[in-house]
Design a protein around this ligand. Structure first.
Ligand SMILES: *Cc1c(COP(=O)(O)O)cnc(C)c1O
Length: 477
């Protein structure tokens, strides 16, 4: 069965299809502006384009923005003129505090940390969001259109989205965060941005409630069309695409395409690790992809038992992974089901009606061919922060620590480099870090006065109608 078709060299632009099979196939720009497909599915390329070993080898030594252009070329496929794209990519990464954008740090003889937190809001989400905001602004301006961006956040997506879209004239941004369940640094990064196009909503509920409301608003087609809703959660294909680049970047630095590399990825919504899977489909030699979760471990349980079963969400010290419904998992499921949209629909129906679904054994075997999983509880996470500091002098954030502990537990193949994704800067989670190492990591200079900045947000009940009315009332359009 040829699950991975190579694209032909024909003139047609790459098309994106929905995992649920009934939304129209779209080009890159339309898939980006849509976010979620109209049938509730997620967009993926109609077939995975592949980079040759030679093309992958040529990435080595290039500057990060150049690597972005090379990796995304077959996915954007001429939909944006190359010069314009190059300029947006340069600008997107100019604001990163490290010249390498996503530096790779050696931790021991065979273990590496990929630091993805040098962007403006100190989490890996900046890597994609800084580019996405420019791509959306560019396309809307070209069309003379505007959009209302709505997103749910467990903390970091919202900060990254507000940081990237603040002040962009053609968009209004509404970000829902679960009231009292994001760290103070995360909240202040969102709420202290004083631009008229930024609207923060503290929802009296969990992250999953925020995400359900956002999904329901996208499902209300009249509202969606009238407000020109656009989504920037990790369901947005363009975000996944931007995240694929750092897998290539790290792997070529460690010897790809002539040597395979494994990645351990602190995971919540499955977006980041899906980008690693997508890089593998495009030809990057990735050995294992390890899902690292906190006690909200639906993904780890699913890989060990074959049963994807919802359970309550428990607040943890790694709040950006306090998620049960991992939206992007649907994308990998679509491939594992040999792109049978009816089969995806059936499982998603079970999920919404019965709170879970069982994977056919064949599908589970396919998933286990690519993915491993492990989890860390709260004490293990704190212990890992302390142990990493003692052993290496590095202070890591709780999400990264979950990844490092899972890397230790899994004992991936000797000889294959293991890269753990460092998804947030430790200063974003000062309380947990202090509990582990006895001191608070310092915020970088551009955020040093964060605690003195005034905040702006509205608290709303856990109700889709209340959120819809609020958006209608406060949109500038
Ligand atoms: C968002 C986030 C994650 C989880 O990423 P997903 O793409 O949702 O799996 C992990 N760590 C941090 C710090 C995050 O902000």
């Amino acid at each position: 069965m040829d699950r991975v078709r190579a694209l032909s060299n024909g003139v047609e632009h790459v098309q994106y299809v929905s995992t649920r099979g009934s939304a129209p196939a779209l080009g890159f720009q339309d898939a980006m502006l849509a976010g979620l497909a109209r049938d509730g599915g997620l967009y993926v390329p109609e077939a995975w384009p592949r980079l040759s070993a030679g093309e992958i080898r040529n990435l080595a030594g290039k500057r990060y923005p150049e690597q972005v252009l090379e990796v995304t070329r077959p996915l954007i496929d001429g939909a944006i003129p190359e010069d314009d794209l190059a300029e947006m990519v340069e600008q997107a990464y100019a604001g990163f505090a490290h010249a390498a954008v996503v530096p790779l740090k050696q931790m021991s003889s065979n273990a590496w940390l990929l630091e993805l937190f040098h962007g403006p809001t100190l989490a890996f989400k900046d890597v994609a969001m800084q580019l996405l905001a420019r791509l959306i602004d560019y396309e809307l301006s070209r069309r003379g259109e505007r959009a209302t961006i709505i997103g749910a956040t467990s903390g970091d997506t919202g900060a990254a989205a507000v940081g990237a879209f603040a002040g962009i004239a053609c968009v209004d941004v509404f970000i829902l965060h679960p009231s009292g369940r994001v760290s103070e640094v995360q909240r202040r990064q969102m709420t202290s941005v004083a631009h008229d196009n930024v609207h923060n909503i503290a929802l009296e509920g969990t992250f999953d409630d925020c995400q359900s409301i956002v999904k329901a608003l996208f499902g209300d087609h009249e509202f969606r069309d009238r407000m020109k809703l656009a989504g920037v959660n990790s369901i947005n294909w363009a975000r996944v695409m931007a995240q694929m680049v750092y897998y290539f970047s790290a792997a070529v630095a460690l010897g790809a395409p002539d040597r395979a590399v494994s990645f351990v990825v602190p995971t919540g919504n499955f977006g980041d690790i899906f980008a690693g899977y997508a890089a593998k489909q495009m030809g990057l030699p990735v050995d294992r992809l390890a899902v690292a979760t906190n006690v909200n471990d639906i993904l780890a349980r699913m890989l060990s038992t074959g049963r994807y079963e919802l359970d309550g969400v428990v607040p943890t010290i790694s709040p950006s992974m306090d998620i049960q419904i991992s939206s992007n998992f649907e994308r990998v499921l679509f491939d594992a089901l040999e792109r049978d949209a009816d089969a995806v629909n059936a499982l998603m129906r079970d999920l919404s009606e019965q709170g879970g679904f069982s994977l056919p054994q064949g599908v589970l075997d396919v998933l286990r061919g690519d993915f491993d999983a492990g989890r860390a509880d709260e004490q293990e996470t704190l212990d890992e922060i302390a142990a990493t500091y003692e052993e290496t002098g590095e202070v890591v954030d709780p999400h990264t620590a979950v990844g490092l502990l899972v890397a230790r537990k899994l004992q991936l193949a000797a000889g294959t480099p293991v890269v753990t994704l460092a998804t947030a800067h430790p200063a974003k989670f000062p309380d947990a870090v202090k509990r582990a190492v006895g001191f608070e990591p310092k915020l970088p200079p551009h955020l040093a006065d964060l605690y003195q900045r005034p905040e702006r947000f509205d608290t709303l009940p856990n109700s889709m109608d209340a959120v819809r009315a609020h958006i209608e009332m406060n949109s500038r359009f």
